[in-house]
Design a protein around this ligand. Structure first.
Ligand code: GTQ
Ligand code: FE2
Length: 350
């Protein structure tokens, strides 16, 4: 029997009932030449972040309740439904008061901590007690046990960076609270690998051989030394934190950088398919994102969404400016999706 003629709408309805959909329903806008993102360029002021943390300090307890961390997230204005900072990354600020313990847990999301202020708190990652100081970077690889505790006498504040929305998109979020009260600290003899730099064939390395702690007192002199040499025209003096276990990016999904802009320096513009979140650690400057200037001072944090042109300038003629940043570039690079376009280059197509 000959099929009777149907309108496209009727056909679409019929297909929908059968759990099918015709590709003619795809809008051309969904197949753009240039990547389109819901992530918007945005800057959060330190005064707002700090005041919010201080207000939360009085109200939000972290022990014995359901809230285990006093954390405030940066919500991208383009992602208000998910409350994430970008489509791949979440950046938050955490405050811990003297005497508090943020109880141990582990999760499939990976985390980085960049320390901003205070003294005397430590984070314990898989038994490695790491005392935090301003400018330190500490890694919490996926599925490692971690707990924070504060033995000092002043509030401590740090940045948490996680790959939450990426892990969420893969639908592999897994979270486990630690069963005992406290996570043990391992002694140096426990920490030594039992067979040194060799290991029995077939045995996976169960533990971290070294704490993943990058101290500011090591990072800063190296950054200064780099800044005295030839600069990268797009980045100034920029260093990526290398993962000592793999020799590769800081973590499989995230890369962290520390970057110095000499007084008065202005970089050239470029854009790439990775997204970046910058924190002004020292100094002040302006980052132009797709033609819009974002002025930053110490403590401010801003997002450069993928495929957005951006260039940085240090606004001071006498002080250096230092940016800490987190990037999802390792994800894009892992799948051959990293692309970069530089200002002044002729575009040859994709
Ligand atoms: O400190 O373990 O900002 O598990 C979000 C989730 C911090 C943490 C965050 C976390 C943590
Ligand atoms: Fe955590």
């Amino acid at each position: 029997m000959k099929a009777e003629f149907k309108s496209t709408e009727e056909l679409d309805r019929l297909l929908r009932q059968r759990g099918l959909s015709g590709i003619w329903r795809i809008n051309r806008d969904e197949r753009p030449l240039d990547p389109k993102t819901a992530v918007r360029p945005h800057l959060w002021k330190w005064a707002d972040i700090f005041d919010s943390l201080v207000q939360a300090r009085e109200r939000i307890g972290i022990q014995g309740g359901s809230v285990e961390r006093r954390v405030i997230r940066l919500v991208n204005p383009g992602l208000e439904n998910t409350e994430m900072t970008s489509h791949t990354m979440l950046l938050s600020f955490q405050l811990i008061q003297p005497g508090e313990v943020a109880p141990a847990h582990r999760h499939t999301m990976t985390a980085i901590r960049f320390i901003l202020q205070g003294k005397g708190a430590y984070t314990n990652v898989d038994g490695h007690k790491m005392v935090m100081e301003d400018g330190d970077l500490i890694l919490t690889p996926q599925w490692s046990w971690h707990e924070h505790a504060h033995e000092g006498d002043r509030d401590m504040i740090w940045i948490d960076g996680l790959d939450v929305p990426f892990i969420q998109s893969l639908q592999v979020i897994s979270f486990e609270p630690f069963k005992e009260k406290r996570l043990g600290v391992r002694s140096s003899s426990d920490l030594a690998p039992p067979y040194g730099m060799t290991r029995p064939v077939g045995e996976p390395s169960a533990d971290l051989p070294a704490p993943l702690h990058y101290r500011w007192r090591d990072t800063y002199p190296n950054l200064k030394r780099l800044a005295e040499g030839t600069l990268n025209p797009f980045e100034g003096a920029a260093m990526e934190y290398v993962n000592p276990l793999s020799g590769g990016s800081t973590l499989p999904t995230l890369s962290c950088w520390i970057q110095l802009l000499r007084p008065g320096m202005r970089t050239l513009g470029h854009r790439h398919t990775s997204t970046s979140i910058y924190h002004a650690f020292r100094g002040s400057g302006t980052t132009v994102i797709n033609g819009e200037p974002f002025h930053w001072e110490q403590g401010d944090t801003f997002v450069v969404p993928l495929w957005h042109w951006h260039e940085h300038a240090n606004r001071s003629s006498k002080d250096e400016a230092i940016l800490f940043s987190m990037h999802d570039a390792p994800i894009l690079k892992a799948f051959g999706l990293y692309r970069e376009e530089k200002q002044g280059e002729t575009r040859l197509g994709l």
